[in-house]
Design a protein around this ligand. Structure first.
Ligand code: PLP
Length: 379
């Protein structure tokens, strides 16, 4: 049987076997509701506490600053929609033009009641810190003191892998009296993250991007900056109602702890594969542009081929047993050139021929050779 090559790790990742084993008892035997006070709830309650501590430790946060959510989309929506929501203040949100749709569409939804600014990026996908400063500066407005300001810039982009200067951006946001949120869905578990050193107020993460289960994630909230998104019971300290998904929370904590412990090893492996890929594709004679910045997520390779069709490349590779993406995976029904590729200004004759290959810790040198030789055949 032909080997399947999975090279779309930015879309999702394989569940770690240790994470799966750790989840099993909470699906089968220890199914008690963590909110009850009888003995049968002791194991899930303890697991919930430990998972929160583990996750907090991985990002240098305090356990009470971690709120479990259903994933990146919920965390992003919560951050955008619930900062200053019930205050009588005018809301101001400044974000970038290359955010995931979980941010962009959440912003669109509140645009009647909030002033939204989308910052342009340069051709590498980088936000200019001065643009953020200007966009947050309302000092010439008489109602300035009545504003609640939020800046939201992603830590790493899901299509081109560009890592933004988050520490500097967060500092500028604070100087302008704004809170700072970052969508770190692609970064958590893949590059070192220290929320204290970065100086951020809010951060979104999603387990299935770091070998945890799907449908679970978390939101880091430094200082109880959010109004509840879900109303109901008093779970998550009254901040996110709903019976906790203990098995998935435990799986997420095990996966994150493992990825963080093996970060250096995984980065070295994936970077080596990435360099090998670039070496081979440069040698191929194909005409392409590599998109993204030199500071990027290890293993993310976004290429635009001249006069090609990314959709066609993706389908032809699929027939050869190779899974890659054309743009954002969450956006794969949309055949238009993605908003990220448009924002970084990829020339027309290249933009339609854009593909995203995201190598992960389970990929090998042979996978890289097979993908490049398949690309040569197709193009
Ligand atoms: N933010 C980014 C940067 C993403 O890449 C994704 C998913 O691709 C999301 C948010 C949404 O995360 P989830 O799939 O957990 O809802």
């Amino acid at each position: 049987m032909r080997k399947h090559i999975y090279a779309d790790n930015a879309a999702t990742t394989k569940l770690d076997i240790e994470a799966f084993e750790a989840m099993k008892p909470f699906l089968l035997d220890e199914y008690g509701n963590a909110s009850q006070s009888y003995f049968f709830s002791k194991a899930p309650k303890t697991a919930l506490k430990q998972a929160r501590e583990t996750i907090a430790e991985c990002i240098n946060a305090e356990p009470e600053q971690i709120i479990f959510t259903s994933g990146g989309t919920e965390s992003d929506n919560w951050a955008i929609k619930c900062v200053g929501k019930t205050a009588s203040h005018k809301r101001v949100v400044v974000t970038s033009s290359i955010e995931h749709h979980a941010i962009i569409n959440a912003c669109k939804q509140i645009s009647d009641s909030a002033a939204i600014t989308y910052l342009n990026v340069d051709r590498y996908g980088l936000v200019n810190p001065d643009d953020l400063r200007k966009a947050l500066d309302y000092s010439d407005r008489s109602d300035c003191s009545c504003m609640v300001k939020l800046a939201s810039v992603m830590l790493a982009n899901n299509e081109i892998g560009t890592v933004e200067p988050i520490q500097e951006l967060a500092q500028i946001a604070h100087e302008q009296g704004a809170l700072f949120h970052t969508d770190a869905v692609q970064a958590v578990g893949h590059i070192p993250i220290d929320v204290k050193a970065l100086g951020i107020d809010l951060m979104s993460a999603s387990a299935h991007k770091f070998n945890g289960p799907k449908g679970i994630g978390f939101l880091y909230d430094r200082g109880k900056n959010l109004f509840p998104f879900h109303n109901g019971g008093s779970q998550e300290n009254g901040r996110r109602a709903g019976t906790e998904n203990i098995a998935s929370i435990v799986g997420m904590a095990v996966a994150l702890q493992k990825n963080c412990a093996e970060l250096e090893k995984n980065t070295a492996h994936v970077s080596q594969l990435e360099n090998y890929f670039i070496y081979l594709i440069e040698k191929s004679g194909l005409s392409f542009i590599r998109n993204g910045s030199s500071t990027h997520l290890p293993g993310t390779i976004n290429l635009s081929f001249k006069d090609a069709d990314g959709e066609m490349i993706m389908h032809r590779l699929d027939l050869m047993g190779i899974s890659i993406s054309t743009g954002s995976a969450c956006d794969s029904v949309n055949t238009q050139v993605s908003h990220v590729i448009q924002a970084i200004g990829v020339p027309k004759e290249y933009s339609k021929g854009t593909i995203r290959i995201t190598l992960g810790k389970n990929n090998s040198k042979e996978d890289v050779e097979t993908i490049v030789s398949a690309l040569k055949k197709i193009l």
